[in-house]
Design a protein around this ligand. Structure first.
Ligand code: F6P
Length: 321
């Protein structure tokens, strides 16, 4: 398969570093004589035929910007067979030989559908703050999201300690406890509630009461949005312990901002590999980095993983409490 023109899109929740990935793909493609088409709003842009040419200059001054210059969406139309058909027709009309999809597991599943059922050569790049893909230690955006949440929690700690309160902080992660675990350990939180493990509310409240009797005055409890909502957790704690409890939902703050070094470098590396793979005639693959080395897996393999550090982190937090 000779690749003369590729399409690139970002899909699902945006993450800081997606622009660095777009830049890397565009510049590496151009260096290899390949034309690049930018598809707007993820798969929706293929259905709506919303496509722009991307040149060397189109990606100047974006390596340091959060969000995605191509915009992103969770396309409902692409979940229908008519939508997918329309997307394939648009690819043909624009003479796009291969597609690079930057996104998370939902976006990868869409890419796999195009590859398997419509013979579209596709490469996936891991773009999600959730860090819940297999075959890569990190995903583009997760480093920045964790740092943003940590910075916020450090500020909350000041007021929690001064006013002798319990704080429940809700972070992102609908099916994944990655962000919650990282920030809980990094912020020195007493407990963390994640979707992957059943949580013992009785034990937490017992620990809080026991600690309070020994003179402990403030607590930080982190919850992943998909495991428990912060207002509910805060209400339960206050009712059962009688101690003043507040909550903060960090929400989409975690998705924005200047990408940190880890996200920029990861994005730049995997972007270059995507072009290499296509030039070798390979597709249906997802690119990641495992133990510092580039790692390539089939798209379906990349679609799910459970954070492997859960038990280690939970045990550590218990020791540090
Ligand atoms: O997939 C990334 C993510 O940020 C999740 O952590 C979160 O649950 C979801 O997106 C939120 O999506 P939306 O911005 O569509 O509400």
């Amino acid at each position: 398969m000779s690749v003369k023109k590729i399409g690139i899109l970002t899909s699902g929740g945006d993450g800081p570093g997606m622009n660095a990935a777009i830049r890397s793909v565009v510049r590496c493609a151009i260096s290899s004589g390949i034309e690049v088409a930018g598809i707007m709003r993820g798969y929706q842009g293929l259905i709506d035929d919303d496509i722009i040419p991307l040149g060397h200059r189109s990606v100047s001054n974006i390596i340091n910007r959060g969000g995605t210059i191509l915009k992103t969406a969770r396309s409902k139309d692409f979940k229908t067979s008519e939508g997918v058909k329309k997307a394939v027709t648009t690819l043909k009309e624009h003479k796009i030989d291969a597609l690079i999809v930057i996104g998370g597991d939902g976006s990868y599943r869409g890419a796999q559908d195009l590859y398997e059922n419509h013979k579209v050569p596709v490469i996936g790049l891991p773009g999600t703050i959730d860090n819940d893909l297999c075959g890569t230690d990190q995903t583009i955006g997760c480093h920045t999201a964790v740092n943003t949440a940590l910075e916020a929690i450090d500020r909350i700690r000041d007021t929690a300690h001064s006013m002798e309160r319990i704080f429940v902080i809700e972070v992102m992660g609908n099916h994944s406890g990655y962000i919650a675990l990282q920030v809980a350990l990094g912020a020195g939180a007493e407990d963390v509630i994640i979707p992957e493990r059943k949580f013992d509310y009785d034990l937490m409240c017992k620990n809080i009461i026991a600690g309070n009797k020994k003179g402990k005055i403030s607590w930080m409890i982190v919850t992943a949005e998909g495991a428990a909502k912060a207002p509910d957790v805060a209400r339960t704690i206050q009712e059962r312990t009688g101690l003043e409890t507040r909550f903060v939902v960090l929400g989409h703050v975690q998705r924005g901002g200047v990408p940190v070094e880890g996200d920029r470098i990861l994005a730049t590396r995997v972007g270059a590999v995507a072009i290499d793979l296509l030039m070798q005639g390979l597709s249906g693959k997802a690119v990641g980095v495992l133990s510092e080395k580039i790692n390539v897996v089939d798209l379906p393999v990349a679609c799910k993983r459970e954070t492997d550090r859960i038990d280690e982190y939970l045990a550590l937090m218990k020791l540090l409490r």
